[in-house]
Design a binder for this molecule. Structure first.
Ligand code: HEM
Length: 315
C-alpha cells in the first residue's frame, strides 16, 4: 500500500455506510460472505508462508489475481467508454464527474445498456485499477517474459469464461467485484504486503538495481497512487454506498451478493488447484530423483561387480 504519512480528516457524518446499516450493499456482502471469507483467509494465511519461500509459488498466486483484475477491468473500461461515447464526452474525469452525475431515479430510467456504466461512473476511481500493476510485478518475477498473459490453470480459465458469460446476462455483477476484490487490498492485502516486504529473499537480483528497488518494483499491486490510502478507501466506500443504495433493484443486489460468494469460492478453488499442482510437481521431481538415485546405485554395484570379476581373472 501507499506509504503515505498524510492523514486527511473526514467528518464522521460523511462516512458511509455506517457499521450498523443492515441495508447497505457493502455490509450485506460482508455479512453474507463471512463464512467464505474465513475459509479463504485461513487457506491463504497458511499458503502464504510457503509462497514467501519460493518465488515460483508466489508468482503463480499473483497470476490468479492478474487474470481476475485484468478481465474485470476490461469490462469496467468498456462500460465507462460506452457511456462516454454515447454522450459524446470522451475526455471525462471520473468518478463523480458532473458530466455524468445521475440521480438514482435517472439511473433506473436510463437506457438498459448504460445503467451499470452510470453507476460505475459515480464511484469507480481509475486509481483503483490493478491489472497493470500486477502485470509489472509479474514481469519482474518472469524476467520480463509475459508468458503469463493467458491463464494456464483450469480454475482460472473457468473464471474468465464465467465472468464474460455472467456479465452478458447480468452486467451489474461487476459491482460485486468492485467491492470484494478491490477492498480486499485495504484489509488482508495490507497484511500480505507487510509480510512480503520482509521476504527479501523472494525477489530476483537485477543488475543495476538494489534489493530495495527490486522489492518496490515487484510489489506495486499493493500500492495506490494516492496521498492518504485510508481517506481513499473511505471515499470509495462512501461513493459505492451512495450510488448503489437506490439505483439497484433488490434482485440486482441479491445477484451481486451471490456473485460475491462466487468470487471468494473461486479464489479458494484456484489456490487449492495450485496446491495440487505443486504437490504433484514436487512428487514427480522427488520420484525422478529417487529413480536417478536407484540408477546411480545400480551403476556403482555394476562397477564393483566388474572390478571383482577383473580381479578374479587376474589373480
Ligand atoms: C490472508 C488472507 C486474508 C486476510 C488475513 C484477510 C483479512 C481481512 C481483515 C482483517 C478484514 C477487515 C475486517 C473488518 O474490518 O471488519 C478483511 C476484510 C475484507 N476482506 Fe479479507 N482477508 C484475507 C483475504 C481476503 C480475500 C482473498 C478477499 C477477496 C478477494 C478478501 C476480501 C475482503 C473484503 C471484501 C473485506 C471487507 C472490506 C471492507 O468492507 O472494507 N479478503 N479481510
Amino acid at each position: 500500500m501507499v506509504s503515505s504519512k498524510i492523514s486527511i480528516p473526514i467528518p464522521d457524518e460523511e462516512i458511509l455506510p455506517k457499521a450498523n446499516d443492515l441495508g447497505a450493499l457493502a455490509n450485506r456482502i460482508n455479512f453474507e460472505t463471512r463464512k467464505n471469507h474465513n475459509k479463504i483467509d485461513k487457506t491463504i494465511s497458511v499458503k502464504l508462508l510457503i509462497a514467501l519461500t519460493d518465488y515460483r509459488i508466489w508468482r503463480q498466486g499473483l497470476q490468479i489475481f492478474y487474470h481476475m483484475f485484468k478481465n474485470i477491468e476490461i469490462l469496467i473500461n468498456n462500460e465507462l467508454d460506452t457511456l462516454a461515447l454515447s454522450e459524446g464526452k470522451t475526455d471525462i474525469k471520473y468518478p463523480n464527474s458532473d458530466a455524468f452525475r445521475f440521480s438514482p431515479d435517472q439511473i433506473q430510467n436510463i437506457d438498459k445498456d448504460l445503467r451499470v456504466a452510470s453507476i460505475l461512473y459515480q464511484f469507480f476511481d481509475p486509481k483503483m485499477y490493478r491489472a497493470q500493476n500486477l502485470r509489472n510485478d509479474l514481469l519482474v518475477f518472469y524476467n520480463n517474459k509475459d508468458s503469463f498473459e493467458s491463464p494456464m490453470h483450469l480454475e482460472q480459465k473457468k473464471f474468465v469464461q464465467h465472468l464474460y458469460s455472467t456479465f452478458q446476462e447480468k452486467p451489474h455483477v461487476l459491482i460485486a467485484y468492485c467491492h470484494v476484490l478491490y477492498l480486499a487490498l485495504f484489509a488482508g492485502g495490507k497484511l500480505i504486503r507487510s509480510s512480503i516486504l520482509k521476504s527479501t529473499g523472494l525477489f530476483p537480483d537485477i543488475e543495476g538495481k538494489s534489493k530495495n528497488e527490486v522489492v518496490q518494483m515487484a510489489t506495486t499491486f499493493f500500492k495506490f497512487d494516492v496521498l492518504d490510502e485510508n481517506y481513499f478507501k473511505i471515499r470509495y466506500k462512501t461513493n459505492y454506498e451512495l450510488s448503489t443504495r437506490l439505483a439497484l433493484t433488490e434482485q440486482e443486489k441479491l445477484d451481486i451478493i451471490e456473485e460475491s460468494k462466487y468470487i471468494f469460492d473461486t479464489i479458494y478453488n484456484c489456490v487449492k488447484e495450485l496446491e495440487v499442482y505443486n504437490t504433484h510437481r514436487f512428487n514427480t521431481k522427488f520420484k525422478k530423483m529417487g529413480y536417478n538415485a536407484a540408477l546411480f546405485i545400480l551403476f556403482i554395484l555394476f562397477l564393483l561387480y566388474i572390478r571383482r570379476l577383473v580381479l578374479h581373472i587376474i589373480y
